[in-house]
Design a protein around this ligand. Structure first.
Ligand code: IPM
Ligand code: MN
Length: 353
């Protein structure tokens, strides 16, 4: 009997369903080749459902997700819904409730993909950013005092626990060891100003580093990281950082790898269910036009394969993406400028599996 993986599909809003369709197409092709199966269960979470029923994310659905091998998300966000409501109510809620405490963001420049960085080649841009995903400034801790008066006070606290920081840093050291590329792990913080939060990160990093004598630990302030990611991306192998710094530098990193059309991420709970997503949003402008780039979603699918332990299939998908790009048939990574439709790009990649 071949193995069957249960996957929750959350195509979501806008172009989410279009890119997820292509991801599923490629995942199915890889599964066939490697003799396992997927059983996909669809969940219609997102702006459309909210506008129809007022429901954002029922508690019972969160419980259901825990039974899956993985979750595969398209995009969340709807032009008719107040910004933040769905992001907080679905995406962040899932990360927190399912304890997906790692946000994993490979940053890899593929062949024939244009980077805005002059003279940088695929061998220069190949790193992984590990972002803490359940603490920091994202916990919603804080509040208002004297709201809507001229003496209003707004407090937003960054929560950093030894437990949360340590499990993230341990994951990063272990990841760097397994990746076995340059064996370099860079902690990104702001020790020169955040003398409590970044200090905890630095001390924890130094403690854990003692157990990984073959990994070269390094440190960079987040502002400087933004400079070096643009000027010398080849300096980086694996970066570990907190939730907000990670949010910011991964968007910068997405641009140097060719943009939202290729950037994928994983929300990882190493002992539970993880969720994979293309980094681009719902792109309302391109919805239903068969014009959005599905490569980011396909790359997210490859990350999912790797996480469930189907390493051969993951490698095949990655190679198929590379071959499709090397074929020169995809003219650009930007929506509407690919020279091919969303489905044609999916077909092309699936054909190389
Ligand atoms: C991301 C996104 C989210 C975040 C938003 C949509 C809440 O930007 O996954 O990086 O800030 O984490
Ligand atoms: Mn972000």
């Amino acid at each position: 009997m071949s193995k069957t993986y249960e996957v929750a599909l959350l195509p979501g809003d806008g172009t989410g369903p279009e890119v997820i369709d292509e991801g599923v197409k490629v995942l199915k092709a890889a599964a066939k080749e490697h003799n396992f199966k997927f059983n996909f269960t669809n969940y219609d979470l997102g702006g459309k459902r909210y506008l129809k029923t007022g429901e954002i994310l029922p508690k019972s659905v969160i419980e259901e997700f825990k039974k899956f091998h993985a979750m595969y998300l398209g995009a969340i966000g709807h032009p008719d819904v107040k910004p933040g409501l769905l992001e907080k109510g679905i995406l962040l809620k899932l990360r927190f409730e399912l304890d997906q405490y790692i946000n994993l963001r490979p940053v890899k420049l593929y062949p024939n993909v244009e980077t805005p960085l002059k003279n940088k080649k695929p061998e220069d841009i190949n790193m992984v950013i590990i972002r803490e995903n359940t603490e920091g400034l994202y916990t919603g801790s804080g509040g208002f005092l004297r709201k809507d008066t001229s003496q209003e006070v707004a407090i937003q606290e960054s929560i950093n626990t030894r437990f949360g920081v340590e499990r993230c840093i341990r994951y990063a050291f272990e990841f760097t060891k397994k990746r076995s590329k340059n064996n370099k792990l860079t902690l990104c913080g702001k020790t020169n100003v955040l003398t409590y939060a970044s200090d905890l990160w630095q001390r924890t990093f130094d403690d854990v580093a003692k157990e990984y004598t073959k990994i070269n630990g390094d440190y960079v302030n987040v502002d400087a990281a933004c400079m070096w990611l643009v000027k010398n991306p080849e300096w980086f192998d694996v970066i570990v950082t907190d939730n907000l710094f990670g949010d910011i530098i991964t968007d910068l990193a997405a641009m140097i790898q060719g943009g939202m059309g290729v950037a994928a991420g994983g929300n990882i709970n190493p002992k539970g269910v993880s969720m994979f997503e293309p980094m681009g949003g719902s792109a309302p402008k391109y919805t239903g036009m068969n014009a959005i780039n599905p490569i980011a979603a396909i790359n997210a699918g490859a990350m999912m394969l790797e996480t469930i332990g189907e390493f051969g299939a993951a490698k095949d998908v990655d190679n198929a993406v590379i071959k499709a790009l090397e074929s020169g048939k995809i003219r650009s990574m930007s929506a509407g400028e690919m020279g091919l439709s969303t489905t044609q790009v999916g077909d092309l990649i699936a054909s190389y599996i």
